[in-house]
Design a protein around this ligand. Structure first.
Ligand SMILES: C[S@@+](CC[C@H](N)C(=O)[O-])C[C@H]1O[C@@H](n2cnc3c(N)ncnc32)[C@H](O)[C@@H]1O
Length: 193
């Protein structure tokens, strides 16, 4: 549906959600029919648009890269959904901390920001997500490295260790009922109990 954005992302090496993962995300949004969605990692607005077109929800989306924010804003305008979107340009940890202090609540969270930071976001997301709400997190396999028994190259080690910590915390948490789908770069779907 947003083919031009897909092509732009491909040509400009902007990472956006992959096709099968996107379909899972859309199916989860449709299943829950949320009214407030939080997204960490807007990039140029592609996954945000997919979620907006799959629901009648409003979207708060966080992105620290100003150039990408400009493009995301243009894309939301182009598809006439700007009124439903609050685009925040800042570091996600800072924004999530502020939202939690304000006691903001969301019924759907799409986590697609920096992979080495998911474990830091989890306690904040737990506060922000209402009971019965859904968390979807992308790239939890980190290029297959999370399940690898081989030594991890130094440049990926912290990210992989942190992602393992995140996954272990969500899957063992009494607050979440979760499953990991091993498709593409791995998707976690967790329901807040
Ligand atoms: C995988 S991309 C998001 C793709 C987007 N969700 C989509 O599928 O269309 C991850 C984004 O997170 C952003 N990002 C990285 N670190 C961040 C941080 N600390 N705070 C906010 N955004 C961050 C990157 O600039 C990048 O655009």
């Amino acid at each position: 549906m947003f083919e031009e954005i897909e092509n732009y992302a491909k040509e400009n090496f902007i990472p956006i959600i992959r096709p099968n993962s996107r379909e899972i995300l859309i199916a989860e949004v449709k299943k829950l029919s949320p009214s407030k969605i939080l997204e960490i990692g807007s990039a140029i607005g592609y996954s945000g648009l997919c979620m907006l077109f799959a629901s009648s929800a409003s979207l708060v989306t966080i992105e620290k890269d100003e150039e990408r924010v400009t493009m995301a804003r243009q894309n939301f305008e182009r598809y006439n959904v700007s009124k439903r979107v609050q685009l925040i340009t800042d570091d996600a940890l800072k924004v999530l901390t502020n939202l939690a202090e304000e006691e903001a609540k969301f019924d759907f969270v799409f986590l697609d920001g920096p992979k080495g930071q998911y474990h830091k976001y989890l306690p904040l997301i737990s506060k922000l997500l209402v009971k019965g709400g859904t968390l979807v997190a992308d790239n939890v396999s980190v290029m297959g490295l999370v399940d690898s028994t081989e030594p991890i190259a130094h440049k990926h080690r912290t990210m992989v260790v942190n992602m393992r910590k995140f996954l272990s915390e969500v899957t063992s948490s009494s607050q979440f009922e979760s499953r990991i789908l091993k498709i593409e770069d791995g998707i976690l779907i967790a329901k807040r109990k």
